[in-house]
Design a protein around this ligand. Sequence first.
Ligand code: AQP
Length: 348
Amino acid sequence: MTDQAEKPPVGVYSGPSRVLSGVQPSGALHLGNYLGALVKFTRLQHEIDTFIFVADLHAITVWQDPAALAQQTREIAAAYIASGLDPDKATIFPQSAVREHAELSWIFNCVARLGWLDRMTQFKEKSGKHKERSSVGLYTYPVLQAADILVYKATHVPVGEDQKQHLELTRDIAGKFNHDFNAPGFFPIPDPLIQGPGARVMSLRDGSAKMSKSDPSDYSRINLTDTADDIAAKVKKARTDPEPLPETLEELAARAEADNLVGIFAALAGKAKAEVLADYAGKGFGTFKPALAELAVETLAPVGERMRGLLGDPAVLDAILAKGAEKAREAAAPTLAEVKKLVGFWGA
Ligand code: AQP
């Protein structure tokens, strides 16, 4: 907080609605990324002005091989398009190509409070026992995320549940900026879009850990580029218990692995978990798993196929990313210019 006794209000943002989200090019995309993020992007592009970036600035908070990073960026762009994002509708771009993200992030570093960042559980999880060896970027990652969102004055942010706390930090930063610089309603207080059975897909090996790119076991996740055989084998090997599926959601909630597989089925089928239970209660995993594998192959195999096709022509992907970066810069530059004026920088 500043020293002012009387704070101007946060204010109500009255600009247009806009969606922003992104995925890091830090490895192969999996079913969690697909259901928690990509499917939502595809749906929202038809409803609201949508900006989707490849989060390469975020990716380098942990080591990335410089020889591979540009290709990983193309792979995420290919996954977006293969999942249904239309580059003529949504703006698809690499984060590092729009320098306004990093510039606004520095200003937000001076708005956010250390105490707020100290509470971020993802940093604690990712830094593990060796906090002092983590990059400073990994610690300030959520501040960059706030800049990613607010530089476009985005009002809606589709993410998986793991990002909920970071989104709360973005809301705090937006509110504090509006207060401190006497600019009520300048930044929107963005809403996370998290709901749905795919919001938290868990590891296939451990129902208490989220499905993650960085899990050392490939059997913990279904990758978007897995073949039909890989997908079927992973579902077959997924950890479960010996009981048949229960009738109620309460009974299901007590069985983490079963709950996860039913949640995945529901998300892929576009149903509620209760509807899946209505069809499979009393049946064992010997019946349920093959049905799930078939559904997963039906949904994901065409996505992987389209990805491989797109990656066969990198020049097309590069042109899409370059055009998206230009559009994104046009949208971000006016916000940063206004922010510099509000902060009081010379020449702004
Ligand atoms: N298991 C998940 N279930 C639902 N949504 C998920 N997301 C990630 N994992 C799940 C959502 O995917 C989007 C992009 O995530 P990201 O790549 O930016 O980073 P992340 O959340 O750190 O993803 P990973 O797979 O766990 O990567 P690593 O292992 O590198 O940390 C976000 O919207 C996220 O919520």
